[in-house]
Design a protein around this ligand. Structure first.
Ligand SMILES: *Cc1c(COP(=O)(O)O)cnc(C)c1O
Length: 432
């Protein structure tokens, strides 16, 4: 009889939680704030151990999901919750690039991420895997919409009880897209920052795993995979410039952490990636601080159609500011009208229907190019983080209408002629 070969269990590569200010160390539990400095806690890794465990080949041989990067993620499970999250397309842009005057523009398309069509599936897959490891049976979150969708869906798959909190005035698609998974859904009469404050109180007394509160150090690591994937999809190299939307600032800073980690373990050559960030003018506390050269964030009360990124008091705001300044990037804001134009522009040129956050990213990309802040030759990645079918209200009234006709050839031809005449008239108006 031949002896069965035993696959050695790989040792965990993450070692502790560390305070982002002062460096105090904490155990790997459901903790998120430093008791001494009140700064956020972050997961620390043993990069020598990661270097020993991974190579380009071992990653490529891994699952077709974020779990191909498991050595860089804070979970110990042999079988993490894998609902096919990640490995979304990195699309070479032709028509949008030409329209903007860029030669090397790429779109990272998380509008088609699984299972709930936003980048939040990445962070939730990691957070709920960790929640199970830590023994939680009920998971929760304070959400601007996409996080609620994702937490409810992945909790359903993982067999966890779920209670999520949202501002009551969210888009219909975000509410329906949560309720369908049958969680307990609390629609709070207030803005996100008020929802978040309430959830902090609930987290203290209910013993639930809040993905973006007491599990936040683990949750936020999931966003690094948006850096890893782009580097791998570019043939194991880093882009010159990225543009990503900012709500709390977590996604934006973690993409960069992902790039840095790949450099650290020797998977890609070192390079400074210029990191630019996008906010909606109606909720732009980070962009204002950037513009005014401040190093603190003055909280604001959100008022914008870009609800998914409407966080007035962003937890990682100062780290986002630091990153933009350190890498030579910019943090810009755009109006709601520009956001709608951004959504339409991406749809008309690339066939991608994004939500308001993606419209914000495209509008800021355009603004930066027009201001000469993005070089046409730079390889630039625009991160599209959510799907437009969830925020239909935003574009209602700003797009065309169907031509309703009788089921006859004659009716069709008359309608076609009418629409062509209208198009000509519109062109004449543009020309005068
Ligand atoms: C949550 C969210 C973001 C940004 O989130 P951060 O809090 O900055 O990590 C961006 N886009 C979409 C669509 C989102 O739902």
């Amino acid at each position: 009889m031949t002896q069965a070969t035993v696959t050695p269990t790989l040792a965990p590569t993450f070692t502790k939680l560390v305070s982002k200010e002062g460096g105090a160390e904490y155990p790997l539990k459901a903790l998120h704030i430093c008791e001494e400095t009140f700064a956020p806690l972050e997961v620390a890794y043993d990069y020598d151990a990661i270097r020993r465990q991974v190579s380009r080949e071992s990653i490529q041989a891994g699952p077709n999901s974020i779990w191909r990067y498991k050595a860089f993620l804070p979970v110990t499970s042999e079988n993490p919750i894998d609902v096919g999250t990640g490995m979304t397309p990195l699309l070479k842009s032709h028509r949008l690039a030409r329209r903007l005057g860029l030669k090397n523009l790429l779109i990272k398309n998380d509008a088609v991420n699984m299972p709930t069509l936003s980048f939040k599936d990445r962070v939730v897959s990691v957070a709920l895997t960790r929640a199970k490891e830590l023994g939680f049976t009920t998971v929760s979150c304070a959400s601007t919409g996409n996080l609620a969708n994702s937490t409810a869906a992945i909790a359903a798959y993982a067999g966890l009880d779920c209670c999520v909190f949202i501002p009551a005035d969210l888009e219909a698609g975000k509410i329906l897209g949560t309720l369908i998974y049958n969680p307990t859904l609390m629609a709070v009469k207030g803005n996100y920052d008020q929802v978040n404050r309430l959830c902090s109180e609930v987290a203290n007394s209910y013993g639930w795993g809040f993905v973006n509160i007491n599990l936040r150090p683990y949750y936020s690591e999931g966003s690094k995979t948006l850096g890893f994937e782009v580097a791998e999809q570019l043939g194991w190299q880093l882009p010159d410039h990225i543009v990503a939307p900012l709500a709390s600032g977590s996604l934006y800073t973690k993409i960069y952490k992902g790039f840095q980690e790949f450099v650290k373990v020797g998977l890609v050559p070192d390079k400074t990636v210029r990191c630019s960030g996008a906010q909606a003018e109606g909720c732009s506390p980070i962009a204002s601080a950037f513009r005014e050269g401040r190093d603190f964030i003055a909280p604001v009360k959100p008022n914008t159609i870009a609800k998914s990124i409407a966080i007035g008091n962003p937890a990682d705001g100062i780290y986002a500011l630091e990153l933009a300044r350190k890498t030579g990037g910019y943090i810009e804001s755009v109006t709601d009208a520009e956001i709608i134009e951004g959504i339409k522009l991406l749809a008309e040129t690339e066939g991608i229907f994004t939500e308001t956050a993606g419209g914000t990213t495209i509008a800021v990309l355009k603004k930066l190019v027009e201001a000469g802040k993005i070089d046409p030759d730079e390889s630039t990645v625009a991160y599209i983080t959510g799907n437009g079918l969830k925020t239909q209200e935003a574009v209602q009234g700003y797009i065309g209408e169907p031509l309703t006709i009788e089921p006859t050839l004659d009716s069709f031809e008359r309608a076609l002629e009418r629409s062509r005449t209208l198009e000509r008239l519109e062109w004449q108006q543009v020309l005068v």
